[in-house]
Structure formats: structure tokens, C-alpha cells
Design a binder for this molecule. Structure first.
Ligand code: ADP
Ligand code: MG
Ligand code: MG
Length: 212
């Protein structure tokens, strides 16, 4: 695999922005059932802002860590919903994980991915089973790390991550929300997919496509 540099990372964010934009209505609908119907709008605003912030960067003179921190800041500034600080922390932690690297090798990509998931969990303090995006991100990060440790390529590892995220998101249907806005519904949140877990699948899918 070719090492990943800032041009590839920028393409990855562009790919996420396109995928989220295409998924916006579905994500708002999912959030309409157990939340306040803005999740698709929030995510599209966030990744749109990231795209705008990265566009003028002189990529050859930028390090991956700077690009990721720029993404974090612009996402946070653009998004007022709970997903704002969660994804901003993901990108900030990702930036810290690759600090000092000019390009990213396989190990770095997996470390970046794991740092993002860990950042989301640390920021929101949600555990597995509480019906949040953590139910997609954490198993995805574990699957990526396990596949990588077993000698799989980045592409294969991210494919394993995507599968785990899909399973995790699907599993949120049978969970009672214990964090965030939908926790107010209690048992009435049963039977519905968590919107943040659904969008995590979209984000991870776009990452797999562009980095794989
Ligand atoms: P808001 O609820 O403020 O409108 P969004 O609609 O953008 O924010 O995002 C809702 C999603 O955020 C939920 O579906 C859930 O996945 C995620 N979420 C909420 N609180 C937390 C938390 N504490 N930890 C992790 N994810 C959370
Ligand atoms: Mg919402
Ligand atoms: Mg909201």
C-alpha cells in the first residue's frame, strides 16, 4: 500500500462529506423517531465545514496532524448538536496519534482509527449497549485492530471495521438509550436504530473506500 499523506486524507474527508450529504435525509428521519430530527443536517454541516476548511490548505506544506486538527476545529465550530464535540474530539485524538508523521503507514492508519473511536468514547462517556455511535465505533476499532494484528491489509482491516460497525448499528435497535437526547424516551427508544450509530457506518464506509 502507498503511504497516506495529506492529499489522501483530504480526499477521505471529501468522500465522507459526499457520503453524509447523500445520507442526510435518512439520518434526519432516524433522529426524528428518537431525537430531534437534526442529525443529518448536523453531520452534513460539519463535514461540509471540514471540506471548506481543508480546501485552501497547501497540502505539500501541511502535516497530517495539522490537517486533522483543522478538521476538528471546523467541525466543532459548525455543529451545535452533540455530534459536534464528539467528532471534533475524534479528529483531535486522531491528530495526536499521528503527530510528527509526514505520511501514514498501515500501523498509523489503524492507530488513527482507534484514536478516533477512543476519543468519541472519552468525550461522551458512553459505554457499549447505551445506544449511541459508540456501539458502532468501538467494535469497528476493535475489529480493525484485530485484523491488522492478524496481518491483514489496511483495506481488509477497514472492511472488517465496516462490517463490525454495521452489526453494531443494527444492534442498537434492541437497546434502550442511556445517553444523549433519546435517553429521555427510555423504553420507547427500543426498536429504532440510533442515528449516530447509523451515520458512523456511513463515515466508516467512506473511510474504507478512500483509504482502502
Ligand atoms: P443532538 O442530540 O444534540 O441533536 P445529534 O442529533 O447530532 O445531536 O446526534 C445524536 C447522536 O449523538 C445520537 O444518535 C448518539 O449516537 C450520539 N450521542 C449522543 N450523546 C452521546 C454520548 N454521550 N456519547 C456518544 N454518542 C452520543
Ligand atoms: Mg439530533
Ligand atoms: Mg439537536
Amino acid at each position: 500500500m502507498i503511504a497516506i499523506g495529506t492529499a489522501e486524507l483530504k480526499r477521505m474527508f471529501d468522500a465522507i462529506a459526499v457520503a453524509i450529504e447523500a445520507d442526510k435525509d435518512r439520518l434526519c428521519q432516524l433522529d426524528g423517531v428518537i431525537g430531534d430530527a437534526d442529525h443529518g443536517i448536523a453531520m452534513a454541516l460539519g463535514f461540509g465545514a471540514v471540506r471548506d476548511a481543508l480546501a485552501p490548505l497547501e497540502l505539500a506544506a501541511t502535516e497530517p496532524t495539522v490537517l486533522l486538527n483543522t478538521a476538528a476545529k471546523s467541525f466543532l465550530n459548525a455543529v451545535g448538536a452533540s455530534s459536534g464535540p464528539l467528532y471534533a474530539t475524534a479528529f483531535m485524538r486522531g491528530a495526536a496519534a499521528v503527530k510528527g508523521k509526514a505520511t501514514l503507514a498501515s500501523d498509523d492508519i489503524i492507530a488513527l482509527f482507534q484514536a478516533m473511536a477512543q476519543g468519541i468514547q472519552d468525550r461522551g462517556k458512553a459505554e457499549i449497549g447505551e445506544k449511541t455511535m459508540v456501539d458502532a465505533w468501538l467494535p469497528a476499532a476493535q475489529a480493525a485492530a484485530a485484523a491488522h494484528a492478524a496481518g491483514k491489509t489496511v483495506s481488509e482491516s477497514l472492511a472488517a471495521a465496516l462490517q463490525a460497525a454495521e452489526r453494531g448499528a443494527e444492534a442498537t435497535k434492541d437497546m434502550i438509550a442511556a445517553k444523549g437526547r433519546s435517553s429521555r424516551l427510555g423504553e420507547r427508544s427500543l426498536g429504532h436504530i440510533d442515528p449516530g450509530a447509523a451515520s458512523a457506518v456511513t463515515v466508516i464506509g467512506a473511510m474504507r473506500k478512500s483509504l482502502g
